[in-house]
Write a protein that binds this ligand. Structure first.
Ligand code: ADP
Ligand code: 5GP
Length: 224
């Protein structure tokens, strides 16, 4: 069971399901990567996808790249906690690693679209904390997609077209962050994680802690 420490005292708590969504190119993967590097108490939910692997991506680390037939098999056997078709490809969250992590009270990060966020919020409302990342302007979004230089022009155009309908879902999230300055956006995400970890309703270990706190008889000060 993961513990949150306010000082040296460890209090058991429930794991956090941190969902981050944004239109493609707004910077959610960059922010997610930084968080995963800096915070060893959170791990990434590695999705399955039927999309072709980008040059920079490693199978099993960024995604599990699978065929459409394999995806259908996972869907039919209820092995996916949520799934969606995004930009013409299928994506899904494998159920088993999430159930294991939650059972052990570990935090997980999900880089998924609004359809996936909606499904997780329906199924696991108490554990989900959702963040939507917005670009400062549509022009900057377009430049970021080009600067990333990992997709063909056709793919970039599809993503730009779809970005408007993704953005329309910003209201369904707990937090909304404008990713203009990357450091400021990251700091905001880090602050959210920090605050959500000490939420009262997540800290079931607090009952025992407060009970023993109240049973404690302070020893008399030595100068008396
Ligand atoms: P997403 O995961 O949302 O599709 P990425 O994280 O891949 O987006 O970011 C798209 C591109 O934008 C990357 O090249 C990334 O380095 C760049 N980027 C991310 N955040 C910023 C920012 N605040 N300012 C400038 N460039 C950024
Ligand atoms: P990309 O192809 O750029 O890696 O991802 C495209 C979109 O699919 C992004 O919005 C990303 O968050 C979303 N996505 C990635 N994995 C999943 C998943 O498992 N489920 C859902 N619903 N969306 C996903």
């Amino acid at each position: 069971m993961v513990s949150s420490s306010d000082s040296t005292v460890q209090i058991a708590r429930r794991g956090l399901m941190l969902v981050i969504s944004s239109p493609s190119g707004a910077g959610k993967s960059t922010i997610a990567r930084t968080l995963l590097d800096r915070d060893k108490n959170i791990s990434l939910s590695v999705s399955v996808t039927t999309r072709a692997r980008r040059q920079s991506e490693i199978d099993g680390i960024h995604y599990h790249f699978i065929s459409k037939r394999e995806f259908e098999r996972l869907r039919e056997t209820e092995s996916l906690l949520e799934w969606a078709e995004v930009h013409g490809n299928f994506y899904g969250t494998p159920r088993e690693p999430v159930e294991t992590a939650m059972g052990e009270g570990r935090d997980m990060l999900f880089d998924i679209d609004w359809q996936g966020a909606e499904q997780l919020q329906d199924k696991m409302k108490a554990d989900v904390v959702s963040i939507f990342i917005l670009p400062p302007t549509m022009t900057e979004l377009q430049s970021r997609l080009h600067r990333r230089a990992e997709d063909t022009e056709d793919v970039i155009q599809t993503r730009l077209l779809n970005s408007r309908s993704e953005i329309e879902h910003w209201r369904d999230y707990d937090y909304v962050i404008l990713n203009d300055d990357l450091q400021a956006a990251f700091d905001a995400v880090e602050a959210i994680v920090k605050a959500e970890r000490v939420r009262r309703d997540r800290r079931h270990g607090m009952f025992d802690f407060v009970r023993s706190l109240l049973q404690e008889e302070p020893s008399l000060p030595t100068h008396l």
